[in-house]
Ligand binder design. Structure first.
Ligand code: GLY
Ligand code: MN
Length: 449
């Protein structure tokens, strides 16, 4: 019998201890005494009384699995128990947050307030001794001295280390992946049943149990040529006729952590497009296998160009070698985004370019402006691996204008254009050993249900 996985409750105490140690170092570096983190406030539409969907301050949800609590504050002082000032307003217009409950509560001194302005009396007296991490336009402005100062020495340290997930965070990410995969499976069923993009999106949300505001980013649900628009979020109300292909890039959230998953399907599973999906899938799995401690993500990105150019050549879209395709920018016209990014509390996690815990930037390779991660991988990092191939006429015209028209087989481009593109994306943990593929593990579990 296998031992049961440790519970979130048992892992949370160690997670909190890790964050406290990071905070202590960060504050010491900055010569400050307290970390003060507002959960954030509601934002209103201009000339209107409608609020935008609330987005919690990521610095706040790093400490607490609370994503729907505007107006609360966290105060961390090295050597003391962390303090939570918890806003539970008297409000008969809205459902207000429940009284604090859950595995995290016992680790905090909690003060419940009824009005946002009551927070001030519970914050450290001397704001000049505080690193106040938040947004400039938030209600912090109402608190006189309590304005966000976001000291770089503190933010750089916390952000750099946020790349290294604690066992608690990995548990949260696994759960987000399971939820996302369950919804992906429902989306494929809706696609095979002939649903529109909008219908597939609704099937996805239903299976995820999350609506658009709870998902970590706007669902990309693209049929046919729409798959060539990297961030296509239009959600067409009618299915095209015929339906040829389906690209879905959609995630799920769990306790503030994100999954980010992309799959591509052919309507005709005997088609050449299906074969190309399988070739990209095979290449993608080889890329995932390179998520190893010590691997330079920049190099993985460049290697991905070579692998994808190999697929383009195999299927006859380009006539040059992978090396020539990379050197001339031909591969970048078909694969015009980065191989992936860090993922965690934010779908595009912070500090992708951080050179060290004290700052500095690791530059992107020249000619690759959309790469979001340039760090060397180490155990605990979680990254996406999301290679893609698209027929994007705008970029192909640029290639032609640059004199590379002869390197392209335009008849083959015409054959693939109606399918839009292919992207396959998994979330992968770098360990001290073989990588852990959160997405494929969740898929294997889904398929055994
Ligand atoms: N899932 C969308 C992106 O990574 O940009
Ligand atoms: Mn992604």
């Amino acid at each position: 019998m296998s031992t049961p996985a440790p519970s979130a409750a048992s892992l949370y105490a160690d997670h909190l201890a890790t964050l406290q140690a990071r905070a202590a170092t960060a504050l010491e570096r900055a010569g400050l005494e307290h970390l003060v983190i507002p959960s954030g406030t509601l934002h209103y539409q201009v000339f209107d009384d409608r609020d935008y969907p609330y987005a919690v301050n990521p610095q706040f949800k790093a400490w607490l699995p609370l994503t729907r609590n505007p107006g609360s504050w966290l105060i961390v002082t090295p050597g003391a128990r962390p303090k939570l000032v918890y806003l539970q307003p008297r409000d008969y217009w809205h459902v207000v947050p429940e009284a604090p409950s859950g595995y995290w509560v016992e680790h905090f001194d909690i003060v419940v307030i009824r009005k946002p302005e009551e927070a001030q009396q519970h914050l450290p007296k001397n704001a000049a001794r505080c690193a106040i991490l938040g947004e400039p336009q938030s209600a912090l402005g109402h608190y006189g001295a309590y304005k966000a100062n976001n000291p770089p020495a503190v933010v750089d340290h916390l952000d750099y280390h946020r790349a290294f997930k604690t066992p608690y965070e990995l548990t949260m990410l696994r759960e987000a992946s399971r939820r996302g995969v369950r919804a992906h499976a429902a989306a494929e069923r809706a696609f095979r049943a002939g649903a529109s993009e909008f219908g597939i999106h609704l099937a996805y949300c239903q299976a995820a149990g999350q609506d658009a505001n709870e998902l970590p980013y706007g669902n990309i649900v693209a049929l046919n040529e729409h798959a060539a628009v990297l961030h296509y979020t239009e959600l067409g109300r009618l299915p095209p006729d015929p339906v040829r292909s389906f690209l879905i890039d959609a995630g799920a959230s769990h306790a503030g952590y994100a999954a980010d998953i992309t799959r591509t399907y052919a309507a005709d599973t005997a088609s050449e497009f299906q074969a190309m999906i399988e070739a990209v899938d095979t290449a993608q799995q080889a890329m995932v296998a390179q998520v190893r401690s010590g691997a330079d993500y920049k190099q993985l990105h460049l290697d991905a160009h070579l692998a994808l150019a190999g697929v383009l050549r195999e299927f006859g879209l380009i006539k040059v070698s992978p090396e020539a395709a990379l050197a001339t920018g031909i591969s970048a016209a078909f694969f015009p985004h980065g191989l992936g990014h860090g993922i965690g509390l934010q779908v595009h996690d912070v500090a992708g370019f951080a050179a060290s815990e004290t700052g500095g930037v690791i530059a992107k390779p020249e000619g690759h402006p959309f790469l979001r991660l340039t760090r060397v991988l180490e155990p605990g990092m979680v990254v996406t691996i999301e290679p893609g191939i698209y027929v994007i006429d705008m970029l192909l015209e640029d290639l032609k204008a640059a004199g590379h028209g002869d390197s392209i087989d335009w008849d083959r481009i015409d054959a693939f254009r109606p399918y839009g593109g292919i992207r396959i994306e998994d979330d992968v943990v770098c360990t001290g050993d073989a990588p852990e593929n959160l997405t494929r593990d969740a898929w294997a579990a889904e398929n055994t249900i």
